[in-house]
Design a protein around this ligand. Structure first.
Ligand code: NAD
Ligand code: UDX
Length: 453
């Protein structure tokens, strides 16, 4: 079957960029991205490409090329479902915050709503593609809803998890390590494989059964996060022993069995995926009575929480055990560079810990809006100030904390910043992006993650 119309439910960090690239690479396929959130759809349709709701390097160019040609953003969900042969579900699957599995299980209410809506609206056969990250065996639930509430049409379900990382989404979509398609029906699998086959080499399109595909996504994130927690655990040991975590990471990473990626010690991993997906994996293991398996993976999250709080505690301890009334400049709020996403950013925890210690926290981030920063802190806007100029943020500060590895931070005039600060001038580099020796030569008391001073 040749696909000529696609609908994607959910115009977020995954649905938006993924569909923009599919539309760019397949000009003959009509791609409609729908969302309930009117403001978000309006932003995707904004003529000013700086106003797109998702900031990703290279995304504006892709949207510019395809939007209005074969890429459309709309709030008319029913219409888009009706017209499409293939429907991607790319809605959010956050950690459930109520009832059974609270704080751990994935909340699948948005997924179920989509399935019921598709069932109600569809009047012709559809291929339904799970793009969201879902617990293993969700396809079974979706199939049951579709078959029991539908209009007698035929539904095929595929699992096609997305492996893009924010900040490099367009690059990852253009050149994926692999595309994973899980399904039972060879024709449906083939139809989706042909879409990706327009630009992804055949050998990188991997097909599996649905359950392996669903479980592979949670597993991939758990393994990646585990590496960050592993190196972060070693970073604390380095600080006690005069070993240097960057040197240790380099030394172990050159072992090809280990590899060099995802070994950067940091203030802790953030983002909408790692914590949520590991907790979901832990919950699934528990629900099968696999307590050792659950405890093993939960430790990755426990270690990460420890790393975030440890960073804030170290600031307080170094500033003579009190930050009350002291100005602390936080550079970076996003959970990593090159994105405006702040979900689960370590910066939020660090800021909250410092606010609890009565510090005067001032934040600067090149891409995150003031309203978002205030929202992340539960709208206690009086507790925090936001600056749009980094030099202003650092002026008269006792300390600077670097929370995100934005490239621009390395290009600042650090002498000028030093001159404007109170002395001793402390820098806590949560990303190890600055040159330790240069910072010390200027006069800073420089603290990195994973090395002693
Ligand atoms: P997001 O919150 O940015 O976007 C989800 C969108 O879905 C929202 O705009 C929301 O309004 C919309 N939505 C929810 N229910 C809807 C409904 N019934 N009808 C229409 N629209 C609806 O989330 P995201 O970051 O794009 O993540 C989506 C999924 O992809 C999640 O399962 C996530 O785990 C997975 N994922 C995310 C990433 C990432 O880096 N963000 C990477 C891989 C996979
Ligand atoms: C992740 C996965 O990488 C991606 O494949 C999946 O589809 C979605 O989840 P993302 O959350 O966008 O992507 O970012 P990622 O680059 O994985 O970083 C996650 C967090 O780990 C960030 O806070 C990052 O700063 C941190 N990190 C990453 C480290 O602290 N050290 C590292 O070495 C790598």
């Amino acid at each position: 079957m040749k696909i000529d119309s696609i609908c994607c439910i959910g115009a977020g960090y995954v649905g938006g960029p993924t569909m923009a690239v599919i539309a760019q690479k397949c000009p003959d396929i009509k791609v409609t991205v729908v969302d309930l959130n009117e403001a978000r759809i309006a932003a995707w349709n904004d003529t000013d490409l700086n106003k797109l709701p998702v900031y990703e390097p290279g995304l504006a160019e892709v949207v510019k090329e395809a939007r209005g040609r074969n890429l459309f953003f709309s709030t008319e969900v029913d219409k888009a479902i009706d017209e499409a042969q293939m429907i991607f579900i790319s809605v959010n699957t956050p950690t459930k915050m109520y009832g059974a599995g609270k704080g751990m299980a994935a909340d699948l209410k948005y997924i179920e709503l989509c399935a019921r809506q598709i069932a109600r609206v569809a009047k012709s056969d559809k291929i339904v593609v799970e793009k969201s990250t879902l617990p293993v065996r969700t396809a079974e639930a979706i199939k049951s809803i579709l078959d029991n509430t539908g209009n007698g049409v035929n539904f095929q379900i595929l699992s096609n998890p997305e492996f893009l990382a924010e900040g490099t989404a367009v690059q990852d979509l253009h050149n994926p390590d692999r595309v994973l398609i899980g399904g039972n029906d060879p024709e449906a699998i083939q139809a989706l494989a042909e879409v990706y086959g327009r630009w992804v080499p055949q050998e990188r399109i991997l097909t599996t059964n649905v359950w392996s595909s669903e479980l592979s996504k949670l597993t991939a994130n758990a393994f990646l996060a585990q590496r960050v927690s592993s190196i972060n655990a070693i970073s604390e040991l380095c600080e006690k022993t005069e070993a240097d975590v960057s040197e240790v990471a380099k030394a172990i990473g050159m072992d090809s069995r280990i590899g060099s990626k995802f070994l950067k010690a940091s203030v802790g991993f953030g983002g909408s995926c790692f914590q949520k997906d590991i907790l979901n994996l832990v919950y699934i293991a528990k629900s099968y009575g696999l307590h050792e398996v659950a405890d093993y993976w939960e430790q990755v999250v426990i270690m990460n929480d420890h790393q975030k709080h440890r960073f804030a505690k170290n600031i307080v301890r170094t500033l003579y055990n009190t930050v009350s009334g002291k100005k602390i400049a936080m550079l970076g709020w996003a959970f990593k560079k090159d994105t405006n996403d702040t979900r689960e950013s370590a910066a939020i925890n660090v800021a909250q810990d410092l606010i609890n210690e009565e510090a005067k926290v001032v934040v600067y981030d090149p891409k995150v809006e003031k309203s978002q920063i205030e929202f992340d802190l539960g709208n206690q806007s009086e507790a925090i100030a936001v600056e749009t100029n980094p030099y202003e943020a650092c002026k008269n500060a006792h300390a600077i904390a670097i929370l995100t590895e934005w490239d621009e931070f390395t290009t600042y005039d650090w002498q000028k910043i030093y001159d404007s600060m109170l002395k001793p001038a402390f820098v806590f580099d949560g990303r190890n992006i600055l040159d330790k020796q240069k910072m010390k030569d200027i006069g800073f008391v420089y603290n990195a993650v994973g090395s002693s001073n």
